[in-house]
Ligand binder design. Structure first.
Ligand code: 13P
Length: 258
């Protein structure tokens, strides 16, 4: 089976509305020369306050080459949850994907495996696609628990999802020590962990779901690293932080995945 590659830009807490609009327009200008069919699935994830302008820029262009994601959601439909946004609200704002379980949310905002699972269910129930993040700390890697930790994060995140729901989900393997540090994980090692994740998905949901699910690598992805990463058997794309904040480096990463 051939899986369509995914290049997603996680803008984290960056960009005011005017900057977000410019970045979306510059990315689309950079991708203008390519047929939509040849491109990977290109996704950008602005902050909540810039979703409106980003969505407007994308729909005004009408080229359909770039899709919108949110960086977080809450799993309840509505109600007294100050500061949160539901999946339905994010869908209404134009999002087709939602990133959940990012290590920064787990670390600073106490997002637990159970919350990630509830969010995944709410996202899929609304017809959106979760981008489920997992990854080990340096301490976990050095003490040899990388694989067991990640397998446990994945089993918890995918608990009680159907095989079809799992097949359409996206996972991002992001070793915490590689995020924002410039220390990209060696491609062969990233591929080994991602193959282990795919095998875990196979145990839970069977061969077809494991073959269909897209599993990305994230952590200091740059234009210089993407070709080697994409050449690996199990890496289906990238979740890009810092290098997605500039149109030229993000577009080069997209090109590297073609
Ligand atoms: P960097 O690409 O800046 O290392 O960030 C990776 C990341 O956390 C994407 O979600």
């Amino acid at each position: 089976m051939t899986r369509k590659p995914v290049i997603a830009g996680n803008w984290k807490m960056n960009k005011l509305q005017a900057e977000a609009k410019d970045l979306v327009n510059d990315v689309m200008a950079g991708l203008k020369q390519y047929d939509k069919e040849k491109l990977p699935e290109v996704i950008v994830a602005p902050v909540f306050t810039s979703l409106y302008v980003a969505n407007k820029a994308l729909t005004d262009c009408g080229c359909g080459k770039v899709r919108l994601a949110a960086q977080n959601c809450y799993f309840e439909k509505s109600g007294a949850f100050t500061g949160e946004a539901s999946v339905e609200m994010l869908k209404d704002a134009g999002c087709e994907y939602i990133i959940i379980g990012h290590s920064e949310r787990r670390q600073y905002f106490a997002e637990s495996d159970d919350m990630v699972n509830k969010k995944a269910k709410a996202i899929l129930a609304n017809g959106l696609i979760p981008i489920i993040c997992c990854g080990e700390s340096l301490e976990q890697r050095e003490s040899g628990v990388t694989d067991s930790h990640i397998a446990s994060q994945i089993k918890n995140a995918l608990k009680d999802l159907t095989q079809e729901e799992i097949a359409k989900s996206i996972i991002a393997y992001e070793p915490i020590w590689a995020i924002g540090t410039g220390k990209t994980c060696d491609s062969v090692e990233a591929n080994r962990v991602i193959a282990m994740i795919r095998n875990t998905v196979k145990e839970i949901a069977g061969e077809n779901s494991a073959e269909a699910i897209r599993i990305l690598y994230g952590g200091s992805v740059k234009p210089e690293t993407i070709k080697e990463q994409m050449a690996q058997s199990d890496i289906d794309g990238a979740l890009v932080g810092g290098a997605s904040l500039k149109a030229d480096s993000f577009v080069k990463i997209v090109e590297g995945a073609m």
